[in-house]
Write a protein that binds this ligand. Structure first.
Ligand SMILES: [Zn+2]
Length: 228
């Protein structure tokens, strides 16, 4: 199942976990407040991603504006939390207490906190398609971050091996001297280089999988073959 708000692909196990969490916390005002705050934050982030793509010049200005209004909204939520206004949160999140584990029709998304539903209407599908585009965007960011890290990692490792070559001292009869500074530099560079390369590979694989699966999702939506 996909969250139509953030596009998160939620497997059965996560759904069960989210449902359990939800029913346990249906009257937990702190949980509801946290949920509501994460929805607001997520909405602002989404908007910023969109602005960054469509209108780069206004980005900084919009960011300040959106963050200011977010701050206001969060302080309102905190006020309501301090006033113990449970009804406010229930209304905002449309939470019903009568829900059980068998009602899989909706539950709170573990990532953005919005309600995930089975029956998506046209607007939900549109929103899911938008979220899918953002996810592809994120996946591509992962890939480019990975590529950068890979390059830097390889360069550091190569420089490291140069220092390794320098550790064979002529003064030591051309034998490896493991106590010299060059050798320690080699070890440091190698460790950082390998860490970067591992980080890069994880990012690239993650990004590639993400873009592939969301491209498929968008294709299905466009073909009308998508159902939740
Ligand atoms: Zn979500």
């Amino acid at each position: 199942m996909y969250c139509s708000n953030c596009g998160l692909n939620i497997n059965q196990e996560k759904i069960q976990k989210a449902l359990k969490n939800d029913s346990k916390n249906a009257s937990n005002i702190k949980y509801l407040a946290k949920s509501l705050i994460s929805i607001k934050k997520f909405a602002v982030n989404e908007k910023l991603i969109e602005i960054k793509v469509t209108n780069k010049d206004a980005y900084k200005e919009e960011k300040v504006k959106l963050n200011a209004s977010l701050k206001e909204e969060i302080s309102l939520i905190k006020e309501k939390l301090n006033a113990n206004d449970l009804e406010y949160f229930k209304k905002e999140l449309s939470v019903k207490e009568s829900r059980t584990l068998n009602t899989q029709d909706y539950f709170v998304c573990p990532r953005c906190g919005k309600l995930v539903r089975t029956n998506l209407d046209e607007n939900d599908i549109k929103s899911l398609a938008r979220a899918g585009h953002s996810e592809i965007h994120r996946g591509r960011n992962n890939i480019s971050t990975g590529m950068c890290a890979l390059m830097i990692g390889i360069i550091l490792a190569v420089i490291g091996f140069m220092f390794f070559a320098l550790s064979f001292k002529a003064t030591n009869g051309g034998v490896l001297d493991t106590t010299c500074v060059e050798f320690y530099v080699f070890i440091c560079l190698l460790v950082i280089g390998i860490a970067l390369i591992v980080y890069a590979i994880i990012n690239i694989i993650y990004g590639k999988n993400k873009t592939r699966s969301y491209e498929l999702l968008l294709r299905n939506i466009n073909n009308g073959a998508f159902h939740q």
